[in-house]
Design a protein around this ligand. Structure first.
Ligand code: C2E
Ligand code: CA
Ligand code: CA
Ligand code: CA
Length: 278
C-alpha cells in the first residue's frame, strides 16, 4: 500500500556540525533506500529440538550500501525508530517478507516467518491495516506470520502495546516476546498478553554451559513459560554445549549460528534442500 510507504522529506540545514550532517545524509539515504527497494531481508532458521524440524525463520533487515557494504540493522534501525522512517521501513519489511513467503509457498516450502516490530510500530494505528493489505496482496495466510516484540518495547506503553497485540492476534498471526530476560517485565504482566512464545535473550544463552546462574535463570524461565503454555525459543545458540544444555533444560526451539547464520532467501532455500537430502 503506497500510502503507508510514503517517505517523509528532509531539509538540509547548513548550520549543522559534521556529525549531524553525516546523520542527516544517512537518514536521507535510508529514506531513499526504503523508497527505491535498496534494502534486503536475510532469513535465519529456527529448529525444534524434539524432532529436528525447521519450524520457521526470522526475517532480519540488511542494507546493502553502495559505498559502505552490507550495513547491519543496529547501525540504522535506531535512527529509523527515532523518526518517522520506522513506519515506511516496517511496511517495506512486512511486504517483502510476505512476498517471499508467497514465493516459497509456490516452491512447496511452507515456513512461518517472524518479523521484528519496534516500540513505535505498536503505537501506529495503520500497522494492522498494512499487514492485512500485504497478506491479501500476496495470498498468504496470517497463520504464516509471527511478530517478535521486545520486552522493552512492550513496557514503553503497556496498554497501547496490549491493544495492538490483540489486533494482530485476531488476524491469526503468532506473537513472541523477544530478548526475554533483558528487561524488567514480569511474567505477571506478560501473561495478560496474547503471546505464544518467549525468546530467551542471547546474553543468557551464550554462557549457559559455563555459568551456573545462567543455567538456573534459563531453566526456571523455561519451566515458568511452560506452565503458562508458552513455547520457548533460545536465541544465539552457537556451540554444541549450548545446545546440549538447552536440551537438558527442556527448551523447545533453538536459533543461532550453531544451526545457521542469517542468509538471503535463495541461500535459505538451498540450505533447506541440502538438509533434506543428507
Ligand atoms: P534480534 O531481533 O534480537 O535478532 C537477533 C540478532 O542476533 C540478529 O542480529 C542475528 O543476526 C543475531 N544472531 C543470530 N544468531 C546469533 C548467534 O548465534 N550469535 C550471535 N552473536 N548473534 C546471533 P542482526 O541481524 O544484526 O539484528 C540486530 C537487531 O536488529 C535485531 O535483534 C532486531 O532487534 C533488529 N532488527 C533486525 N531486523 C529488523 C526489522 O526488520 N525490524 C526491526 N524493527 N528491527 C529489526
Ligand atoms: Ca527478533
Ligand atoms: Ca532477540
Ligand atoms: Ca536483540
Amino acid at each position: 500500500d503506497a500510502k503507508h510507504r510514503r517517505v517523509p522529506h528532509c531539509v538540509y540545514d547548513a548550520g549543522l556540525d559534521r556529525h549531524s550532517r553525516e546523520r542527516l545524509a544517512l537518514y536521507t539515504e535510508l529514506s531513499h533506500a526504503i523508497r527505491d527497494g535498496g534494502l534486503t531481508l536475510y532469513y535465519q532458521p529456527k529448529q525444534r529440538l524434539s524432532d529436528g524440524r525447521i519450524v520457521g525463520v526470522e526475517a532480519l533487515l540488511r542494507w546493502p550500501h553502495p559505498q559502505r557494504g552490507l550495513i547491519p540493522p543496529g547501525a540504522f534501525i535506531p535512527m529509523a525508530e527515532n523518526s518517522e522512517l520506522i513506519r515506511p521501513l516496517t511496511a517495506w519489511v512486512v511486504d517483502a517478507a510476505i512476498r517471499q513467503l508467497a514465493a516459497w509457498r509456490r516452491d512447496g516450502i511452507d515456513l512461518r516467518c517472524a518479523i521484528n516490530l519496534s516500540a513505535r510500530n505498536l503505537l501506529d494505528p495503520g500497522l494492522v491495516e498494512y499487514i492485512e493489505v500485504a497478506l491479501s496482496r500476496h495470498g498468504v495466510p496470517a497463520t504464516s506470520l509471527e511478530f517478535e516484540v521486545t520486552e522493552s518495547a512492550l513496557m514503553e506503553d503497556p496498554n497501547a502495546a496490549l491493544a495492538c497485540l490483540l489486533r494482530i492476534h485476531a488476524l491469526g498471526a503468532q506473537l513472541s516476546i523477544d530478548d526475554y530476560g533483558s528487561g524488567y517485565s514480569s511474567l505477571g504482566y506478560l501473561k495478560r498478553l496474547p503471546v505464544q512464545t518467549l525468546k530467551i535473550d542471547r546474553s543468557f544463552v551464550s554462557q549457559l554451559s559455563v555459568s551456573q546462574p545462567d543455567e538456573i535463570i534459563v531453566g526456571s524461565t523455561i519451566t515458568l513459560a511452560h506452565n503458562f503454555g508458552l513455547t520457548v525459543v533460545a536465541e544465539g545458540v552457537e556451540h554444541d554445549a549450548d545446545r546440549d544444555a538447552l536440551i537438558a533444560l527442556g527448551c523447545d526451539v533453538i536459533q543461532g549460528y550453531w544451526l545457521a547464520k542469517p542468509m538471503p532467501a535463495a541461500a535459505l532455500a538451498a540450505w533447506l534442500a541440502a538438509r533434506v537430502t543428507t
